[in-house]
Design a protein around this ligand. Structure first.
Ligand code: DX5
Ligand code: ZN
Length: 218
């Protein structure tokens, strides 16, 4: 099942509620929320207070991508604020299994995110527990970067492992997803597509979203 998750990192934060309304009307499936701490990634964005306040303006599921050094210090706050799915970066969690189980115990869906240089083998003993794997297709930190082509093989390899093991796990891709590459990424086996600049930089968000969805579905 194909899902499009616009990333509000590229939205106009002076009118965030309206921006979320525009992507909801345009047919978005999820709202992708990029949390950056200025340590793990060289950028700083938003915290649970903002998530709690935008929770009032939409019914769409909140897909919260934690790009921070100590995500377990804040994960409960994000769940309390209304997160529906939490993505945890494997690179910052020595006790990844414990962290994943904690999010599940809180009744929240859970994903593990992998930077471009992080091998998928890190997931070998934990895959069964996950709702989704997030394959970063840029180095995290900023919107508007170019898709890293070698991530296509990574997505293909992961899709093969998931299918061979008979699991039902979504593969999300995040970074540089655009009309020109979404078909190839979908064919590689991804089914949830984060898109920031290729939606929010367009005046007609509905057209932008429909273009992405139809190309991903081919
Ligand atoms: C990058 C973020 C992405 C970003 C994607 O660190 O995780 O979610 O907003 O933006 P685009 O689609 O413009 O690459
Ligand atoms: Zn993201």
């Amino acid at each position: 099942m194909i899902k499009i998750a616009p990333s509000i990192l590229s939205a106009d934060f002076s009118k965030l509620g309206e921006e979320i309304g525009s992507i909801e009307r345009a047919g978005a499936d999820w709202v992708h929320i990029d949390v950056m701490d200025g340590h793990y990634v060289p950028n700083l964005t938003l915290g649970p207070v903002v998530v709690e306040s935008i929770r009032k303006v939409t019914q769409l599921p909140f897909d919260v991508h934690l790009m921070m050094d100590n995500p377990m210090d804040f994960v409960d706050d994000f769940i309390d604020a209304g997160a529906d799915i939490i993505s945890l970066h494997a690179e910052v969690l020595p006790h990844l299994h414990r962290a994943v189980m904690h999010v599940k115990d809180r009744g929240c869906k859970v994903a593990v995110a992998l930077n471009p240089s992080t091998p998928i083998e890190i997931l070998k003993h934990i895959l069964e527990e996950l709702d989704m794997v997030l394959i970063m297709t840029v180095n995290p930190g900023f919107g508007g970067q170019s898709f890293i082509n070698s991530m296509l093989d990574k997505v293909k390899h992961l899709r093969r492992i998931i299918d061979d093991r008979g699991l039902d796990i979504d593969i999300q891709v995040d970074g540089g997803i655009a009309p020109k590459n979404i078909k190839e990424v979908s064919a590689a086996g991804a089914n949830i597509f984060v898109a920031g600049s290729s939606i929010f930089n367009e005046d007609d968000r509905k057209l932008a979203l429909e273009t992405l969805r139809s190309r991903a579905s081919l």
